[in-house]
Design a protein around this ligand. Structure first.
Ligand SMILES: [Zn+2]
Length: 418
């Protein structure tokens, strides 16, 4: 295990030594310098060999520029929206060239067509190009009907399955006003997810109600596993509260979702981590596998059910990320230092405790350290949104306004009921 991460060289937060105000904790000038440096490297390396998608393709670069345009401190560093528009245009062009009119591509968010359409809609909205936005939304909505019936061993998770589409729909409803995706469409997809989950749990003879598989493996983590699928279900209109503070969804479905979350909670080990699969002891400290991604489910569960056990679980995840989260796999958000740093920003928003902002700051500092330089460009796609520097830039932008931060497409705090 020692091979996977750098020993954390920093002292943990101590109120007496580090008890500064938020704006003193974050060294804004160095963060801005690092953003500039990384964006310059990315721009020099975007090329025609990149894929079209959000995960490691050119649409992810467009998303990064959209993100830069959201912050007052970074929006004038580059012509952000113009570049976002240029790159998403290229992504759409490459996507069209593939002539992939399959249902799967219409559903796939992080690694497919619906993600490109969604980010394009948000960029067009920001630029006031309303006709283009309408066209993009129409293209995104083409994924809705297949989301309720697409089958296969990869049809449910976040990278190419319906849970990713649901996270994309929630994100669009946060990014565009009035919210463009209707509750009915979201509920129908959630209904399919419940059916699929019950059927897999039944066939595996599990003692809890819902489970999902990706290529016949029952993963737990955020990328292919049940954590981000349950999180997508918690974002559904079923968890809107009515005038008497009750959830609007049917009690059977809500009980199945909550019982499954409570089962996953029992799998947290003494260090605070989760295994990669229900039938495995393998432990990774990533967003894609392990506590770096599971923490979003439990943060959402805490906000939804208001039970302290979920917050305790998040604290344990964050402690494990602090101990073992300085990964040697590079800077990215899927299995890298910025991805784990994002969990501290989540915890800072959730609790307001400066300990977590301090930890996020230290992870950002480590990105710029000499020990980390040898692995900065180690990932296969070192400039991309999920594996490389583009996601790292998003983390640094969020570090400047931590109370508005959110891991891409996974904002647990926003809840739009109108
Ligand atoms: Zn990963």
């Amino acid at each position: 295990m020692g091979e996977r991460y750098f020993a954390n060289p920093y002292d943990d937060y101590d109120e007496k030594t580090h008890g500064k105000e938020e704006n003193q904790l974050v060294a804004r000038e160095s963060v801005l310098e690092l953003i500039k440096k990384y964006v310059d490297i990315i721009q020099q390396n975007v090329n025609s060999k990149m894929r079209d998608d959000l995960y490691v393709g050119i649409a992810g670069i467009a998303f990064m520029f959209w993100k830069l345009a959201q912050s007052d401190e970074t929006k004038h560093m580059f012509p952000c929206l113009e570049l976002a528009s240029k790159y998403i245009g290229e992504a759409k062009h490459r996507s069209r060239e593939k002539r992939d009119k399959s249902s799967k591509n219409a559903v796939a968010f992080l690694c497919g067509g619906s993600g490109i359409a969604a980010v394009s809609a948000a960029i067009a909205n920001e630029m006031g190009k309303l006709q283009e936005m309408e066209n993009d939304l129409e293209s995104f909505l083409q994924g809705c009907p297949p989301c309720t019936n697409v089958k296969g061993t990869d049809a449910d998770e976040v990278l190419v399955g319906r849970a990713g589409y649901l996270h994309g729909a929630s994100w669009l409803n946060q990014a565009i006003t009035p919210k463009p995706i209707e509750n009915e469409a979201i509920s129908e997809i959630c209904q399919t997810l419940i059916k699929r989950g019950r059927s897999v749990a039944h066939s595996l003879r599990l003692a809890f109600p819902l489970m999902y598989e990706y290529h016949e493996k029952a993963y737990l983590g955020a990328a292919h596993g049940v954590c981000a699928i349950l999180h997508a279900l918690l974002e559904s209109p079923w968890f809107d509260r009515d005038a008497t503070d009750r959830f609007s969804g049917s009690p059977t479905k809500l009980t199945d979702i909550k019982s499954t979350i409570d089962y996953v909670l029992t799998l947290q080990d003494g260090d605070g981590n989760f295994p990669t699969r229900i039938d495995s002891n393998r432990m990774l400290v990533h967003w894609c596998h392990g506590c770096g991604g599971a923490i979003y489910l439990f943060a959402k569960a805490f906000l939804t059910f208001r039970e302290d056990k979920y917050l305790d679980c998040c604290r344990k995840c964050a402690d494990e990320l602090w101990r073992h989260g300085l990964l040697r796999k590079g800077p990215g958000i899927c299995h890298g230092v910025a991805g784990n740093g994002y969990a501290f920003l989540l915890m800072y928003r959730l609790t307001g405790e400066k300990r977590y902002l301090y930890r996020a700051v230290k992870f950002a500092e480590f990105l710029n350290s000499s020990s980390f330089a040898s692995v900065l460009l180690a990932p296969d796609r070192p400039f991309s949104l999920y594996e490389g520097l583009a996601g790292t830039v998003c983390f640094l932008v969020d570090l400047l306004t931590p109370m508005r931060s959110s891991f891409p497409f996974m904002d647990v705090f926003e809840r739009k009921c109108v």
